[in-house]
Design a binder for this molecule. Structure first.
Ligand code: NAD
Length: 486
């Protein structure tokens, strides 16, 4: 449990139906806008993790046998409680993550939509049925839950990403253990409090905290049946290979380097609005953030003029101030990493048109101002690696074909968008790029809760994507039943 006032509080774990302090080492949680420590997070020990898994396993059979219409009742109440506490949750989120209060409110709304969709599980979980598949033989498929399922989540969407997982897992009849990001544990913990207030049997859900040691204990535990992971590519790869080696079902969503292609016929004003929100919204800490802008042919001139003008108008400050354009990045280490990338861009010869480094020196918060590099070459570090901050690299190309080749040369394939008024260009782009989520005239092409979410290539390891129908398939095992009566 957590308190929401400004005093230093301790963030609890939920193990075996009880809120408790983790038995591992305690780590501070910071407010990125001020650099102040706002909470203490005791990590779960390996023994805590083992108790959580055993308790979740013990609760599984009864939860699985609870009719699906009854399993979704706590989720309906959870949705109502999330609605009621949406502003409070957004406030906690901004305090520990740094994103603006508007971005936080949008995130909470997106999280609620996951719960809304999972409430439809009685229909979503239905199988197929066909009589007389052979003479006198009827056949049908049924879906059964897996058992103890686990979610490991990143810092950038502490309300929404856990809900890509647990509303679906629980409604399918699984028990669930969440290990949220240690950088932002307060938001997910507050949501879990509301889940219990909604009447979910306590042992059906467990919450553990920590870093690698906690994750490794979950990966290795024989009673854990599946792992859902969202985070950076190296860790996603590690989770996928280790989880699979332990025989678990794994979906691991990784990092990104997303291209926004702008054709000369694009509506420049509306495109720039969408590009700015994509590149600098949530301080660029979104796996769907546009980070490489690719003007085609004559698009570059008018696009860059308008883009740099509008970018200079973005206000940067404490995200809890209503109307703030951009908040800080999540930690001081992450701030240093982003500033290092900007230095590297300059050193490698790109032209810096908006320099966010200036803003980083103005206060104790972890700020980086919106940064734009022009004349970036495809081989440069800032063109290839995920920066996960408010840095946009512009690579000018002569034709749409060149743009497509550039996008497809990336090791990542999470999302991309094309800005154009020409249907044929858009269609060609959509069909030729090797990317999982594709927008046309959309800055952040985030699939809604009822569609699946994941990228291609090094942005995703696994088969079934997050949320939508894929979540139902991921969190269930299928049986085919054949029946004949003599
Ligand atoms: P991260 O990989 O550092 O951490 C993610 C989770 O893994 C956390 O819970 C963390 O505790 C755990 N972890 C960290 N190091 C570990 C290790 N060595 N072994 C085991 N577990 C470990 O990611 P982050 O910095 O919290 O989040 C940002 C990253 O997440 C970015 O790369 C972003 O692109 C990605 N992301 C991807 C998506 C997507 O849908 N593909 C969505 C959101 C974020």
């Amino acid at each position: 449990m957590i308190a929401t006032e400004t005093t230093l509080t301790t963030v609890s774990s939920l193990v075996n139906g009880k809120w408790e302090s983790g038995n591992g080492e305690a780590h501070p949680v910071f407010n990125p806008a001020t650099g102040e420590s706002i909470a203490s997070l005791p990590y779960s020990s390996v023994a805590d993790v083992n108790r959580a898994v055993e308790s979740a396993h013990a609760a599984f059979q009864a939860w699985k046998e609870t009719p699906v219409v009854d399993r979704v009742q706590p989720l309906y109440k959870f949705k109502a409680l999330l609605d009621k506490h949406a502003n409070e949750i957004a406030g906690i989120l901004t305090r520990e993550n740094g994103k603006t209060i508007d971005d936080a409110r949008v995130e909470v709304r997106r999280a609620i939509q996951m719960v809304e969709v999972a409430c439809g599980m009685p229909s979503l979980m239905m199988g197929d049925s066909l009589n007389d598949v052979a003479r006198g033989i009827d056949s049908r498929t049924v879906r059964e839950p897996l058992g103890v399922t686990v979610g490991i989540t990143p810092f950038n969407f502490p309300a929404m990403v856990p809900m890509w997982m647990y509303p679906f897992a629980l409604a399918c009849g699984n028990t669930f253990i969440l290990k949220p990001s240690e950088k932002v544990p307060m938001t997910p913990t507050r949501c879990v409090e509301l889940l219990l207030d909604a009447g979910l049997p306590a042992n059906v859900f467990q919450l553990v905290h920590g870093g690698k040691e906690t994750v490794d204990a979950l990966l290795a535990h024989p009673l854990v049946k599946s792992i859902s992971f969202v985070g950076s590519t190296p860790i996603a790869k590690y989770i996928y290979t280790t989880g699979a080696a332990y025989g678990k079902r794994v979906q691991a969503l990784g990092g990104a380097k997303n291209h926004l292609v702008v054709m000369p016929d694009a509506n420049m004003e509306k495109s720039v609005e969408a590009i700015i929100s994509s590149a600098f919204g949530a301080a660029g800490e979104r796996c769907l953030a546009g980070s490489v802008l690719v003007p085609v042919g004559d698009a570059a001139g008018p696009l860059l003029k308008l883009l740099t003008e509008k970018t200079r108008e973005i206000t940067v400050g404490d995200g809890s101030t209503e109307g703030m354009g951009m908040g800080p990045v999540v930690t001081s280490e992450h701030q240093k990493k982003i500033l290092g990338y900007i230095d590297k861009g300059v050193a490698e010869g790109a032209d810096i048109c908006c320099d966010g480094r200036v803003r980083s020196q103005e206060s104790d918060g972890y700020f980086v101002g919106p940064t734009i590099f022009d004349n970036v070459k495809p081989g440069m570090t800032i063109a290839r690696e995920e920066i996960f901050g408010p840095v946009l690299s512009v690579i000018r190309v002569p034709t749409l074909d060149d743009a497509i080749k550039l996008v497809n040369s990336s090791e990542f394939g999470n999302t991309t968008s094309i800005f154009t008024q020409n249907g044929a260009s858009a269609r060609e782009y959509q069909s030729r790029v090797e990317v999982g989520m594709i927008g046309v005239n959309i800055g952040v092409a985030a699939p809604m809760a009822f569609f699946p979410f994941a990228g291609w290539k090094n942005s995703f390891f696994g088969d079934l994507h997050a949320h939508g129908k894929d979540a139902v398939y991921f969190y269930t095992e299928q049986k085919v039943l054949m029946t004949r009566w003599f």
